[in-house]
Design a protein around this ligand. Structure first.
Ligand code: 6IA
Length: 147
């Protein structure tokens, strides 16, 4: 499956190691993680903001599913979630640490499928079993989402 993994970059890199663990395990399970750099704790970008934006929009449009870590408030992640869910009609699954103070725009939105995790091991297990279970809609069935 082609996965877009969204996680905070300018919103804070405190959990970059957690993102890296999730990305690595999705790859080990045979998935393609289009945005694998989000999990790179050493991330250094040389692209312009415009090129980053255009590249990420292109990857989102190629993705079968979006997995997002919303433990940190990130404008970029919030934008990606809304774009994927409402513009592209891609299934979106959000994960947050148990104690994270997540925006009501995420917690109150059933389309974004928020789950909580205590430890990274459980997080990885949840993501992998979710990816085994989900049924990806055909492209012509996308874009018909309500709230
Ligand atoms: O607002 P944020 O920066 O926290 O937004 C993070 C989200 O936007 C991630 O899920 C990424 O997919 C996307 N994004 C934001 N910035 C970048 C980036 N470089 N490279 C790739 N994706 C990005 C920014 C430069 C960095 C070294 C600070």
């Amino acid at each position: 499956m082609r996965i877009y993994f969204a996680g905070s970059i300018r919103g804070g890199r405190q959990y970059a190691d957690v993102y890296a663990e999730v990305v690595k395990n999705m790859q080990l399970a045979g998935h393609t993680v289009l945005s694998e750099h989000v999990g790179n704790p050493e991330l250094k970008e040389t692209l312009s903001n415009r090129k980053i934006f255009m590249r990420d929009i292109e990857w989102l449009s190629q993705a079968d599913v979006v997995i997002a870590d919303v433990s940190l408030p990130s404008l970029g992640v919030g934008f990606e979630l809304a774009y994927a869910a409402y513009e592209l009609g891609i299934p979106v699954f959000c994960f947050a640490q148990a104690s994270a103070n997540v925006s009501a725009m995420i917690t109150g939105n059933s389309l974004l499928n928020l789950s909580r995790y205590e430890i990274t091991f459980d997080y990885v297990e949840s993501v992998l079993s979710l990816l085994q279970e989900i049924d990806i809609p055909d492209e012509d069935e996308r874009g018909d989402n309500g709230f």
